[in-house]
Design a protein around this ligand. Structure first.
Ligand SMILES: *[C@@H]1O[C@H](CO)[C@@H](O)[C@H](O)[C@H]1NC(C)=O
Ligand SMILES: *[C@@H]1O[C@H](CO)[C@@H](O)[C@H](O)[C@H]1NC(C)=O
Ligand SMILES: *[C@@H]1O[C@H](CO)[C@@H](O)[C@H](O)[C@H]1NC(C)=O
Ligand SMILES: CC(=O)N[C@H]1CO[C@H](CO)[C@@H](O)[C@@H]1O
Length: 241
């Protein structure tokens, strides 16, 4: 047997033995498919969504790949959506029209039942059901080693059963956080924390989250996970920092 074929077959073995799909980004099995966190789709949640809205779930368009990785550089956000991967709403109108385009006019159906189904984009720090954030990571030590764009997406979930996304995406457990780190528009690792509590300072409105049990998964071959070797002198300055 040709060595290459041998190794290829060996690589298939774990999948055959398990006989199930392993979902990336801490997505979970949903029948024979994966339920993915917002912003991810594809058969194993390893592919980044490209544009669209969070209400489209697994039906969102997918980013194209560079060097085998989903790269969202050329993914424009729809009006009213922003952040890395376009998962954060910026206007009430964006939430409502995104929802309506998937589920029909919620307001008129709800009017008949006397329920107010008006969606609002929550831009406050406090999470009610589940909320997405996106920020640039600006740190001199990091920039010295990796001068490109580093960004972090954070999903905080207090009670997934209260979210309009509950049957669309896997939001994680009650009181959990999921986060992904992106470098130059390619995901490089993802983390989750559980056992979280949210506290709000009633006077300042500041919100803090306290969690236990942080775990992270590095995406093999991505920038921070084996792709570009870091020079020993740089490593030393990182250790001293
Ligand atoms: C799970 O699968 C069902 C049936 O295909 C689908 O309707 C539902 O949206 C999925 N849930 C999630 C969270 O992906
Ligand atoms: C993503 O694509 C852009 C445009 O092609 C490229 O400049 C960038 O380096 C890519 N990101 C990575 C991590 O390869
Ligand atoms: C921490 O995570 C592990 C693995 O996911 C889980 O088995 C354990 O129950 C968690 N512990 C707490 C305190 O949440
Ligand atoms: C149709 C459907 O899948 N409904 C589910 C939506 O999510 C709630 C709460 O997680 C479930 O109880 C429903 O069965």
């Amino acid at each position: 047997m040709a060595p290459a074929l041998f190794w290829a077959l060996l690589g298939l073995l774990p999948a055959v033995i398990l006989g199930q799909t392993t979902c990336s980004n801490y997505g979970s099995a949903n029948g024979t498919q994966c339920a993915c966190p917002p912003g991810f789709a594809g058969s194993t949640c390893a592919e980044a969504a490209c544009g669209g809205t969070i209400f489209q779930g697994l039906s969102r368009p997918l980013a194209s790949t560079t060097n085998g990785f989903s790269n969202i550089t050329t993914c424009p956000c729809q009006d009213g959506w922003g952040g890395v991967g376009c998962n954060t709403c910026q206007t009430n109108q964006a939430c409502q029209s995104g929802y309506n385009s998937v589920f029909g006019d919620a307001a008129s159906t709800a009017a008949a039942t006397g329920v107010d189904a008006t969606l609002q984009c929550n831009t406050a720090a406090r999470v009610y059901a589940s909320g997405e954030m996106s920020c640039q990571v600006i740190n001199p030590t990091l920039q010295a080693l990796y001068p490109g764009r580093t960004a972090l997406n954070i999903l905080r979930t207090l009670d997934p059963s209260l979210s309009t996304l509950r049957n669309i995406s896997d939001l994680g457990d009650k009181g959990s956080i999921r986060a992904q780190l992106w470098y130059n528009d390619v995901e490089t690792f993802y983390c989750q924390a559980s056992d979280c509590t949210q506290t709000e300072d009633s006077e300042s409105g500041a919100v803090s989250w306290q969690c236990n049990n942080l775990s992270c998964t590095c995406i093999p071959g991505s920038t921070f996970c084996g792709a570009s070797p870091v020079r020993p002198s740089n490593l030393l300055s990182l250790a001293l920092f």
